[in-house]
Design a protein around this ligand. Structure first.
Ligand code: NAP
Length: 253
């Protein structure tokens, strides 16, 4: 589980531990991982290992990939990710490249580390956390939207490649979810209506139910599914304009 120190990753850890699943938790903030591990071991009686790693760091990523290739887990959740918001030309380039490193490169590298072993074993699951934002360009979070478009396309392509192998892939496409994400991305969500929000716990619940059904794409929550359907039937140039206008209003300026 990557990005287990907060938000959706932490909720995955809580829910899987409640199902008596042993866990390996990865993120940069070791103190948060240790507190979570201690609580889950005590309350749920599962074995939890914590690994502090910055997945944008090539050495940390290679070391985690090596470990996963040696001992592929039953389930890999590629959840760690972040976004930015603002006019692309004014955003620091390191943050834009960092999103590609974490949301795309690390996810591909870790998926590649586990899939061969899972195929050999004839079973295994990979959940790649994408976003509803993957379904069309997202002006003023342009790099983020593009990384998530990659994640959805990559995951669904690979799911088809792996059909019949016993290895299942899921692209999880949450909409607005109450976590630290919006603060990290610098998005002012004051104008987002209450009904658009989901809890991280509800997102995880939907993801695991979809995994049990074998759904390749999981869009959690009725409101998010309506957005996806409306978006899919709207001309892409119009969606882009509307999202651009919406994002302009949510920017912290
Ligand atoms: N919240 C939403 O509205 C929303 C909507 C759609 C999709 N998503 C996606 O959901 C996923 C989880 O996000 P969240 O909402 O739970 O956000 P969050 O609360 O900010 O959690 C992000 C997690 O990623 C970890 N992380 C960040 N940079 C990392 C790095 N360089 N190396 C290793 N771990 C790193 C963070 O841990 P450390 O800081 O300790 O490293 C944290 O555990 C992301 O992929 C995000 O794009 C979120």
């Amino acid at each position: 589980m990557t990005g287990a120190s907060a938000g959706i990753g932490e909720a995955f850890a809580e829910r899987l531990a409640a199902d008596r699943t042993d866990l390996v938790l990865v993120a940069r903030r070791l103190d948060r991982l240790e507190q979570l591990a201690e609580r889950l071991e005590r309350q749920r009686r599962v074995a939890v290992e914590v690994l502090a790693a910055d997945l944008t760091d090539p050495e940390d990523l290679a070391s985690l990939a090596g470990r996963l290739a040696e001992r592929p887990p039953d389930l890999l959740v590629n959840n760690a990710g972040f976004g930015s918001s603002g006019p692309f030309a004014r955003l620091p380039v390191d943050g834009e490249l960092g999103q590609i490193q974490l949301n795309v490169l690390a996810l591909v590298r870790l998926t590649h580390a586990v899939v061969p072993g899972m195929v050999e074993r004839g079973r295994g699951d990979v959940i790649n956390v994408s976003s509803l934002a993957s379904l069309s360009p997202l002006p003023f979070s342009t790099t983020y939207g593009a990384t998530k478009a990659f994640v959805t396309s990559f995951t669904e392509g690979l799911a088809e490649e792996l059909r019949g192998s016993g290895v299942r892939m899921q692209a999880l496409l949450p909409g607005f979810t109450r976590t630290e994400f919006q603060e990290v991305a610098g998005v002012d969500t004051g104008g987002v209506p209450e009904m658009a929000w989901m809890s991280a716990e509800a997102v995880v619940e939907a993801s695991l139910a979809a995994l049990a059904r074998g759904d390749v794409r999981c869009i959690p929550g009725g409101a998010n599914r309506v957005v996806a359907v409306v978006q899919g039937s709207t001309p892409s140039a119009l969606t882009r304009r509307l999202l651009g206008a919406f994002m302009r209003r949510t920017m912290d300026e």
